[in-house]
Ligand binder design. Structure first.
Ligand SMILES: [Zn+2]
Length: 218
């Protein structure tokens, strides 16, 4: 089960102390989605995955740790607009702010995950256009991560498997097929091969729906 634990934390940027919630433990019941999104109960615990300062808007995995260049970015109009956007849910804004801060500190691998987490927030709200744009941002950041030699998923073919699902969900069939082919070439893992073959058949059908790992195993 999910047990939220309130912890007072002092923002490293503005010095304000606020109560942040940490997740002590969280169980999952069921298979994750093909983009690794966990099943319930963990699925509903996303608000505890990051800290945000209610005073200055700094968002981080730990409010007491400063990401390089964050002071300037948090003070910028671009950041403030993102933080306060009324077009996206508050939690998605927070993950997108975190993504901007991580990108700004050159942690492209983690920035990509934060962007994907924003997509998961809007997935449940049928915000398909927004979800697609956040997935596209995750892909772009992970391309940068690969160029910088940063790993965003461990295991031969694992990164291409994740990319295949993101490309498929946004309907980029050509890139989805290429990523699946690369993943199948790179991996010797039977689970990854099974998932990629399932992805290939969904790509053939131009199917953009969400599927779980269990679906891939029929
Ligand atoms: Zn602050």
């Amino acid at each position: 089960m999910t047990v939220p634990n309130p912890i007072p934390k002092k923002c490293t940027l503005c010095g304000e102390t606020s109560t942040q919630m940490e997740m002590v433990s969280s169980s999952t019941f069921g298979a994750p989605d093909l983009d690794t999104r966990p099943a319930e109960i963990k699925r509903s615990s996303m608000e505890f995955w990051l800290d945000c300062c209610p005073s200055c808007g700094y968002c981080a995995h730990d409010l007491e740790a400063e990401l390089s260049g964050s002071k300037e970015l948090v003070a910028s109009e671009e950041y403030k607009e993102r933080y306060k956007s009324t077009e996206t849910p508050v939690l998605a804004n927070k993950f997108l702010c975190l993504s901007l801060l991580l990108e700004n500190s050159s942690a492209y691998n983690e920035a990509g995950w934060a962007a994907l987490h924003a997509a998961w927030v809007v997935d449940d709200m049928k915000g398909e256009t927004q979800a697609s744009s956040f997935r596209r941002r995750a892909i772009d950041l992970w391309m940068q991560a690969q160029k910088a030699g940063q790993v965003f998923m461990e295991g031969d073919g694992a990164e291409d498997t994740l990319l295949t699902d993101l490309y498929r969900r946004i309907g980029d069939w050509k890139e989805a097929a290429s990523a699946a082919e690369r993943g199948l070439y790179l991996t010797t893992d039977e689970t990854i091969s099974t998932i990629l073959k399932f992805e290939e058949s969904m790509i053939d059908q131009k199917d953009r729906q969400v599927y779980t790992v269990k679906d891939a195993f029929g």
